[in-house]
Design a protein around this ligand. Structure first.
Ligand code: SF4
Length: 945
């Protein structure tokens, strides 16, 4: 027989190293199979999921396995770069690290000694924020934040202000017990493997899934029921569900009375300067009426039975409960299904049916776990009551100018059903739950040559915590924590460049950014931002004088930097996925993880965090320097191992040095800690005891476990805030009470939008453009196989998404007579794009959409000039502006949520028309030069000898 001899089981690798994926933000555990290359260096042969890892339990997605193409991408930067051409041209010379650090440190030291606020340091999707903020704090600038302001701060802040935690990294559905799962505005790349695994689990059990999203793709395509809602109306839909549940009496009264501020007494006297504030005793404890005695009592007093209908007259003022106020609000016929149906694009019957289904599953399918527990009042509960309804939401409901209130409304819905932290419902992941009171407040006091007076970002409790200078002007370049957006917990990265360009509130010297593609897909008004970055003043100097940028790849933003600090890829670096930051915990346990260099870089690049340590050492920043002026840390690995945020608490909680030896949680630094992580597969898990697994905010077993582990210093039981007193304090200021007063032009807006009980109002863009002229909503979603712009240089992933058509619903497709291969011009109040279209039936009839960040600029990412990403791909960002269109009041209002400042990407309204196909998508920007050569036109790949 002449058959070839095939080796059907070739050796996959010479060695396996376990680390953490970073092809998206889920951070699954991976086994990286390595072979020895021709030069003796290790090469990545294959990546598989780590079956022991708490996040993915062995599951790996397409992005994860394509990591091999990411670490070998031709677009990787090769050495530090100094600009030689004009800004934006992309012309650089390679310099040494010594030169690069010297240039950066000299300029930054001067700024620090004169006025630290002249540095704006913003990081994109980096997940070392506890470290980067530590650098910025020691530098002394108030101008630091990460990307939350243009991503999903409404979701995070709405959750924390309402119930001490939100979705994704903060919590998850109880996949083991839930019977009805509702998803709101979740794109399919989000929380990718965990949600896919969870959906698989609950569908195998026969649980129902309801997807609320204008677009039926991804998770919504596998939902049992799809609600193709009109963008920006989720809050109204949710409050209609609340209305129906209240009307039917299908709410968990016992849960509300025990665990929320529903029974807390509030000042009901409209004439009082304290109208709407909550009643407290002399120790500052919230007061309720105890049903047993009929008298006021602190909410947490042993044996107290809070009365939801309590009332008291104190010092001539009537106090009633939050509950009564809330019921009055939401029984209003304005929230009835019939009243909201047309606006939401959802039939009244359907709203009613979903409300019925929620109530039926929550109450008729309630169950009990045979697990006793003890609450913070000392009451013993023989079982844990389960309410098997869970929810999850993300950017689709939050990236609107009414997003914060919508996110709060969703949490109120969950709480009314008694599903949060109940078996079958939504469960927090450590270090959450964490009340607002356990978070820092924002800090902004600048002293030349000194650190900032505290952490930059935090949670304001009232006007006294705003970041304002003595003359009332914003202390921060992004105007976070000002009257424009008082509760901007993540800052406003999307406003930094336009504010710095305008010199409003002040001019800066250096814009220092990491992993943020601001001259392309991470900005609204993309062309405008490019112009701001290259604009010069009357002296011919750049209006933003100095730009330092760090990225691993030749992204569009690189061309706009004066100095480029090349980062490593995720398999060549140390990272720390920390409990101080955005950890990888599960609801059943606390977990953290590392990345470590499983391969060595073949280029002259350094991990950005190590570069920050080296910069800090050169500048002698306080937190990085010993008393004898020597450096505390040599690199990021050294920092991860030896830094203590407070005694016994460091970036990693695993394998710390206790009195009896190694232990998880608190403990002294352990020189072998990283080796311990590597030996354990790159992660640490500490499981929560059974009696502490649910009801965590009120469960003393959990509270004590969290204190032992170092998550808190003392137990922090608290009440969920259906009613936000913080928001009421801002309203009171707008009504004229208190010392700190908002400017007059903002009074009305604060009064209306910072309502302490969730409300819905139309997205701001609706009031700034003519809805008749711009009748269509336009959205983007990230695809399952790409994460922002990270995938476009990846040879395998480009085969899945090499271009991004604009998807049109049947109604618009037919109305405009589109056919396959057609193009459309899409126009907003701000700009126009011309792009290829495609038909999608499963789409809200007035909504069009496309994949986010597939379109690329010629010259970037080492793509060839005829790559489909540059000729057929496009960005919707060109249609969106950071300011709303003028409406004749002499002001330009920010295109942001008025509470948090979150960028309102999804408020966009457009019109479309069919046009002849141009040669390529418009606008077409001229090619950039790139500091790396183009990639090969064909991919041949062989690893090992
Ligand atoms: S979901 Fe996929 S890309 Fe994201 S971390 Fe997990 S394996 Fe990596």
């Amino acid at each position: 027989m002449n058959q070839p001899k095939l080796n059907l089981s070739p050796k996959v690798s010479d060695e396996v190293r376990k680390t953490t994926c970073y092809m998206c933000a889920c951070r699954c555990g991976i086994n990286v199979h390595l072979k020895d290359g021709p030069d003796g260096k290790k090469q990545v042969a294959y990546i598989e999921g780590n079956r022991d890892h708490p996040v993915n339990k062995g599951v790996l997605c397409a992005k994860g396995s394509a990591g091999i193409m990411q670490v070998n991408a031709p677009s990787r930067l090769r050495a530090p770069l100094k600009r030689v051409g004009k800004r934006g041209e992309g012309k650089f010379e390679e310099i040494t690290w010594d030169e690069a650090l010297e240039i950066a440190a000299t300029r930054l030291t001067k700024i620090r000694n004169e006025d630290p606020s002249k540095l704006a340091f913003f990081t994109g999707r980096d997940q070392s924020q506890s470290f980067t903020s530590f650098f910025a704090q020691n530098f002394g600038t108030p101008n630091y934040a990460a990307h939350g302001g243009f991503c999903s701060v409404n979701m995070a802040a709405g959750g924390i202000y309402t119930m001490g935690g939100a979705f994704w990294e903060f919590g998850q559905p109880d996949w083991d017990h839930t019977k009805l799962f509702m998803l709101f505005g979740v794109a399919e790349d989000h929380d990718s493997n965990p949600i896919k695994m969870g959906l698989g689990k609950i569908k195998a059990r026969g649980a129902r899934v309801i997807g609320v999203n204008p677009i039926r793709s991804g998770y919504n395509a596998v939902a049992d029921d799809w609600v193709g809602i009109t963008p920006g109306t989720d809050g109204l839909f949710i409050l209609a569900l609340v209305h129906e549940l209240l009307k039917a009496g299908k709410i968990d009264l016992e849960y509300l009375a025990q665990f929320t501020n529903a029974p807390v007494l509030m000042n009901m006297d409209e004439k009082s300067p304290e109208y709407g504030l909550l009643l407290r005793d002399e120790n500052g404890k919230l007061l309720v009426i105890d049903k047993t005695t009929g008298k006021p009592a602190p909410f947490d007093q042993k044996g107290v039975r809070p009365d939801l209908n309590g009332k008291i007259r104190e010092r001539g003022v009537t106090h009633g409960t939050v509950f009564v106020k809330m019921v009055e609000r939401y029984l209003d016929p304005a929230y009835a299904p019939e009243a909201v149906a047309e606006r939401c694009g959802v039939k009244a019957d359907k709203i009613r049916r979903i409300a019925y289904e929620l109530a039926r599953v929550a109450f008729e399918e309630a169950f009990e776990l045979d697990q006793p527990w003890t609450d913070f009042r000392g009451d013993h509960h023989p079982t844990m009551k389960g309410r098997p309804v869970s929810m999850h939401a993300m950017r689709g409901i939050s990236a609107h100018s009414n997003g914060f209130q919508t996110c709060r409304a969703l949490h109120v819905l969950q709480i009314l059903l008694g599903t949060v932290e109940a078996p079958g419902g939504f469960r927090f992941k450590p270090p959450y739950p964490k009340p607002v009171s356990a978070h820092p407040k924002p800090h902004c006091k600048v002293t030349p040559g000194q650190p900032l007076d505290g952490p930059h970002l935090g949670f304001v409790r009232g006007p006294e915590d705003l970041c304002l200078r003595e003359d009332g002007t914003p202390a921060r370049i992004d105007k976070a924590f000002t009257w424009d957006n008082p509760m901007s917990a993540h800052g406003l990265m999307h406003m930094v460049i336009s504010n710095a360009h305008a010199g409003d509130p002040y001019k800066i010297d250096t814009l220092f950014m990491y992993m943020a593609n601001m001259s392309w897909n991470s900005s609204m008004n993309t062309t405008g931002v490019m112009n701001m970055l290259t604009d010069t003043d009357e002296d011919g100097e750049y209006v933003i004088p100095n730009i330092i940028y760090s990225d691993a790849y030749s992204s569009e933003m690189v061309a706009y930097a004066d100095l480029v600090l090349p980062d490593t890829t995720y398999l060549e670096r140390h990272d720390c996925i920390s409990l101080l930051d955005r950890p990888i915990c599960e609801a059943d346990g606390a977990a953290d993880a590392i990345r470590w260099p499983v391969i060595e870089p073949d280029r002259d690049v350094r991990g950005f965090q190590t570069v920050l340590v080296q910069l800090a050492n050169k500048m002698g920043l306080p937190g990085f320097t010993n008393e004898d002026s020597s450096a505390k840390y040599q690199d990021y690995a050294d920092y991860i191992t030896n830094h203590e945020r407070k005694p016994g608490i460091g970036p990693l909680a695993g394998w710390r040095m206790g009195e009896q030896g190694l232990q998880n949680g608190r403990g002294a630094p352990n020189a072998s800690q990283l080796d311990n992580y590597i030996a354990n597969g790159g992660f640490m898990v500490e499981h929560i005891p059974d009696e502490a697994l649910y009801y965590k905010p009120w469960n003393m077993a959990y509270q004590n476990w969290a204190v032992n582990l170092g998550l808190f210093d003392s137990p922090q039981p608290y009440l969920f805030e259906l009613y936000s007193e913080t928001m009421r304090k801002f309203q009171l200021a707008a009504e004229g009470h208190g010392e700190r007063q908002p400017p007059d032009h903002l009074r009305e807006r604060i009064k209306t939008t910072l309502d302490p009980l969730p409300i819905w109002y139309p997205p701001f863009e609706d009031g700034h453009v003519d809805p008749e002229e711009f009748p269509i909503h336009a959205l983007t979603q990230r695809p399952m196989a790409m994460y922002h712009s990270w995938g476009s240089q990846n040879a395998w992933l480009r085969q899945i998404h090499g271009r991004n058509p604009l998807y049109l619903p049947t109604k618009l497709w037919d109305q405009h007579g589109f056919g396959e291969g057609d193009w459309a011009m899409v126009t907003s109040a701000h700009g126009a794009i011309t792009v290829p279209v495609a038909h999608q039936a499963g789409l809200n009839e007035n909504t069009i959409w496309t994949w986010n960040a597939i379109g690329k600029r010629k010259g970037a990412w080492a793509l060839s000039d005829d790559a489909t990403e540059t000729t057929k791909g496009f960005l919707l960002n060109h249609l969106i502006h950071e300011l709303l269109p003028p409406r004749g009041d002499g002001l330009r209002w920010a295109n942001s949520d008025p509470v948090t400042g979150q960028a309102a990407w999804f408020d966009l309204r457009v019109k479309i028309e069919k046009v002849p196909a141009p040669a390529e998508s418009l606008p077409a920007h001229p090619p950039q030069s790139a500091p790396v050569p183009k990639g090969p036109s064909e991919l041949t790949w062989k690893v090992g000898q």
